[in-house]
Design a protein around this ligand. Structure first.
Ligand code: DGY
Length: 323
């Protein structure tokens, strides 16, 4: 029997591409640049599965074709706000993602940003590399103490909880949680955490706020000028979730006018473009969407896609179906 035809939208870790090729007829993207909407439409016409990722914008117009051959979009990544799932469903396509396997590494990176911002690690390295360090002095580059401080976590799913574990057990931080639905008391108790009524209640009470909610229209500019104003003037905002969750212009103003202490970003509203206003802010740490970027995790994400495809083409429900 012919193997199902599968298209990978970007270059994947070599080991995973090799495993994919054992089970499927794979079209790889050797150029490793995002496909255009027209290229996606063409792929939908002659592939059984298309495997997109966060850099692909699968908006409604991409699905404007009759009788696509594609029956599953197996996303490489946990976030899927770049896929119009309603349009996919209308064309009879199942959508899956890759949860769990990247929670630890994403939380590690959120903690990296938090520590770098609080302890001015980016600024310090820039000063040193520029040959401007004059040596130790009691008043040099004074940062913010992390141990024992209060961390607000917005979105208490897998990654939010992994962040809570690091902050609570590693740094003795007090954890406040804001989540759409009530979190089970035993889950909160695991991290010594308390859930607050809403985001407006959370923000004024935190030294650090870390975003772990989904992106998409519902959470676009969840952190806007008004909410940035609710934060303490010495507090830090960390975003490893999705760029659209934060109004970047409002954040840039808050950083320049010092109405918050600083921020750490791994995701942006218009990736890979970064607002020029953010670029010059010294109290901001910027990373290029590295949350899941470890060898083990990127392979695990690919293997999770493979599992979803194997289930789907064997007629079993894929474990990570999201739409
Ligand atoms: C995801 O999985 O959604 C990440 O942002 C890509 O690492």
């Amino acid at each position: 029997m012919a193997k199902p035809r599968v298209l990978l939208s970007r270059a994947w870790p070599a080991r995973v591409e090799a495993c994919m090729a054992e089970h499927f007829e794979v079209t790889a993207n050797r150029g490793d640049v995002p496909l255009t909407p027209a290229e996606f439409r063409a792929a939908f016409a002659d592939h059984d599965a298309v495997l997109p990722t966060v850099t692909d914008r699968l908006a409604q117009e991409v699905f404007a074709l009759d009788a696509p051959r594609t029956r599953i979009l197996a996303n490489y990544g946990v976030g899927f706000s770049h896929i119009d799932t309603a349009a996919a469903a209308a064309r009879g396509m199942v959508v899956t993602n890759t949860p769990d396997v990247l929670s630890d590494c994403t939380a590690d990176l959120a903690m990296t940003l938090l520590l770098m911002g609080a302890r001015r690690a980016g600024e310090g390295e820039r000063e040193l590399r520029a040959g401007q360090w004059n040596g130790w002095r009691p008043t040099h580059m004074i940062g913010t103490k992390v141990s024992g401080a209060t961390l607000g976590i917005v979105g208490f799913g897998r990654i939010g909880q992994a962040m809570a574990a690091r902050a609570h057990f590693g740094f003795g931080m007090k954890i406040l949680v804001q989540n759409r639905s009530p979190v089970a008391p035993e889950v909160l108790a695991r991290y010594g955490a308390s859930q607050v009524a809403d985001l407006d209640t959370l923000l004024p009470g935190c030294d650090f706020v870390s975003l772990h909610c989904p992106g998409g229209a519902a959470n676009r500019h969840l952190i806007d000028a008004r909410r940035l104003d609710l934060m303490r003037s010495d507090a830090f905002l960390i975003n490893t979730a999705r760029g659209e969750v934060v109004d970047e212009q409002a954040l840039a103003r808050a950083l320049w006018f010092g109405t918050i202490g600083g921020a750490g970003l791994d995701v942006y509203e218009r990736e890979p473009r970064i607002s020029p206003e953010l670029m010059g802010a010294d109290n901001l740490v910027l990373l290029p969407h590295l949350g899941s970027a470890t060898g083990a995790t990127r392979e695990a994400m690919g293997m999770r896609v493979l599992d979803n495809l194997l289930d789907f083409f064997a007629g079993r429900p894929p474990r990570d179906r999201v739409a």
